[in-house]
Design a protein around this ligand. Structure first.
Ligand SMILES: C[S@@+](CC[C@H](N)C(=O)[O-])C[C@H]1O[C@@H](n2cnc3c(N)ncnc32)[C@H](O)[C@@H]1O
Length: 205
């Protein structure tokens, strides 16, 4: 969708990555759930809508060797790649809208998404997202989804969001995904406001 790409290219070419509301210096909630999943260092990981997040830096530091970052904005990926320097050469950067991405079937052991799925407010787009997620992962894979919680903000980056919890995410993914862990987190934005997130970890059966 061109409008979506344009929106995010404008964000990532006009704002400082440290000033955007979703910025976090330390992706601790992601790392805690990834740690709990007990992945091997050679697990294939994709951070969907990774933007300029430092999660990829932390994963490389921890010895993960197959890390991909997907984003609809090439500008976002360039921010992350330039920050990493030569280390970024080991990352697979994918510029694509997740809803139209065509991953290698069953390739990924971990699908991670913080604050991307919630932008899909249209049920048809949510279904397209779930279909791509199912194509990308195989049995035993871990799926970590973080969205605004039911009492979280109604908008992000000026766009409306669909808020979720474990029940709505379970309904979206269907019976092949078992909800292992659900947490709430109060994210404090760089501007000092609080946003309630729902974090869910699923295992694909
Ligand atoms: C709120 S930011 C979150 C970034 C990152 N996950 C983090 O936690 O810092 C949303 C990101 O998703 C990307 N994005 C939005 N819609 C997308 C889509 N349909 N497909 C791929 N990326 C998308 C945006 O460019 C942006 O980088």
């Amino acid at each position: 969708m061109t409008g979506r790409r344009d929106h995010w290219e404008t964000v990532w070419t006009t704002k400082s990555p440290e000033a955007v509301s979703w910025h976090q210096d330390d992706p601790a909630p992601s790392l805690a759930m990834i740690e709990a999943a007990g992945l091997r260092k050679d697990a294939a990981i994709v951070d969907v809508g990774g933007g300029a997040s430092v999660l990829v830096d932390r994963l490389l530091e921890r010895g993960h060797v197959h890390v991909a970052v997907l984003d609809v904005s090439g500008a976002a990926l360039r921010v992350a790649a330039e920050r990493l320097g030569p280390l970024g050469d080991d990352v697979h950067w994918i510029e694509s809208d997740v809803t139209s991405w065509s991953p290698v079937p069953g390739l990924f052991d971990l699908w991670h998404d913080r604050a991307v799925l919630h932008f899909l407010t249209d049920p048809a787009e949510q279904a397209a997202y779930a279909a791509v997620l199912k194509r990308a992962t195989g049995p035993g894979a871990t799926v970590i989804l973080a969205t605004f919680a039911p009492d979280g903000p109604e908008k992000c980056s000026g766009l409306p969001v669909r808020r979720h919890d474990g029940a709505t995410l379970s309904a979206l993914l269907g019976p092949d995904f078992r909800l292992i862990e659900e947490r709430r987190q109060a994210h404090v934005t760089p501007g000092g406001s609080t946003q309630n997130f729902a974090w869910c970890r699923f295992a694909r059966v």
